[in-house]
Design a protein around this ligand. Structure first.
Ligand code: MG
Length: 385
């Protein structure tokens, strides 16, 4: 029997997906690709299937199934179409680790399917925990699955916690690069185009998370993600802007001692650690050189220029389905901004209106979460004209 870890990558053609495959490419002796999936990037998916001899290949957009099936005819890959096949396949015993790298709310259903089957999920899809934190936590508890964080900040906190000796965490310091508009004034930011927002200074990421990074909604979503991953209330999670992105996050204890995790910004490091945990592997990244590093700087986030961060704290304070509503609105607003339909500050304006106008449910079931996502997405769309 093979001792390789068998990996399923949901969203294999995106930024996290391709970087996960790059780590696997460097360690064919440790990992094999059991499943890859993409929403619609047919050509990239076919090329990945061939390179990695993926046992299962899922194209979520079923209209594109015939094209993928035809291209992989006679190969060792089985081809499937649709999200429900994806949910079935991640439950299979042939999968050891599920990498949740899909974009947005679409990651929720397959992530829950994997956790219900007691799998280890290497989670990059923060929207899953934002939209349905308590449900994900309960699913984890009931089925004894595991989530290993891939988001760099949460991987950092996870690594810091390994050194905590079980002492309670007094505070989490979540670092933020500040994004491409950190030094711009409000008037400049108001006129920023999507092309400008997509130029992230430090991290190589997909379009959705890069825009979220420019509005600082990404940090807001990460506060909510950290709240559920580490069972720490939001008021103990402090965001600090650290433009160099060298410290990936920190934890503080009651005696004021702080443990930080550092490294060059490269997503392959947290991906590699989630895949190989508890061991460490090489991932082909640049190593930190303290002699040439220079200074590390820090500042408080500016909530006036980046109102989305405050909205995220408000959503987590209200609880219930409020974070789900905020996420739904934000997904619609970011997509519209990327298409040039709305301006930069319209994103937070729409988010604020949706948060105020949503139907609040204090203890949402999964159906309520899907309903909230649908209703608020439609509400947000109505604001885009
Ligand atoms: Mg992050």
């Amino acid at each position: 029997m093979s001792t390789k870890k068998r990996i399923a990558i949901l969203g294999s053609t995106g930024s996290i997906g391709t970087q996960t495959l790059d780590v696997i490419r460097q360690h064919r002796d440790l990992f094999e690709v059991e499943l890859i999936s993409a929403r619609s990037s047919v050509d990239a998916l076919i090329a990945q299937a061939r390179e990695f001899d993926a046992a299962n290949v899922v194209i979520s957009d079923e209209r594109r199934y015939p094209q993928v099936a035809e291209a992989l005819k006679g190969s060792c890959s089985k081809v499937w179409g649709g999200i429900s096949s994806l949910c079935d396949l991640v439950r299979e015993s042939s999968v050891d680790i599920v990498v949740g790298a899909m974009v947005g709310f679409s990651g929720l259903r397959p992530t829950l399917a994997a956790l219900e089957a007691s799998k280890t999920v290497a989670l990059a899809n923060k929207e899953t925990l934002v939209a349905a934190g308590p449900i994900v936590v309960e699913t984890l508890r009931r089925h004894k699955g595991k989530i290993l964080p891939v988001d760099s900040e949460h991987s950092a906190i996870f690594q810091c916690l390994l050194a905590s000796g079980g002492n309670p965490v007094e505070k989490i310091h979540l670092t933020a690069s500040g994004g491409p508009f950190r030094t711009w004034d409000r008037e400049q930011i108001a006129r920023a185009t999507a092309a400008q927002a997509l130029k992230h200074p430090n991290w190589d990421m997909g379009a959705k998370v890069t825009i979220d990074s420019a509005t600082m909604m990404n940090k807001g979503l990460e506060v909510i993600e950290a709240r559920w991953l580490f069972d720490v209330p939001a008021e103990k999670i402090n965001v600090v802007v650290h433009p160099e992105s060298i410290i990936h996050s920190m934890i503080e204890f009651k005696d004021g001692a702080i443990i930080a995790q550092l490294g060059c910004p490269d997503m392959r490091e947290p991906i590699g650690f989630a895949l190989s945990y508890p061991e460490r592997i090489t991932v082909g990244n640049r190593k930190l050189d303290f002699a040439t590093l220079g200074s590390l700087t820090f500042q408080a986030p500016d909530l006036k220029r980046f109102p989305n961060l405050e909205l995220a704290y408000e959503a987590i304070r209200r609880g219930g389905n409020a974070p789900c509503a905020l996420n739904a609105s934000n997904e619609v607003a970011v997509a519209a901004y990327l298409k040039g339909l709305i301006s930069f500050y319209d994103i937070s304006r729409i988010n604020e209106k949706c948060l105020a106008g949503m139907d609040f449910v204090a203890q949402p079931e999964l159906d309520d979460i899907f309903e909230t996502n649908r209703m608020v997405a439609s509400m947000a769309n109505d604001y885009i004209v």
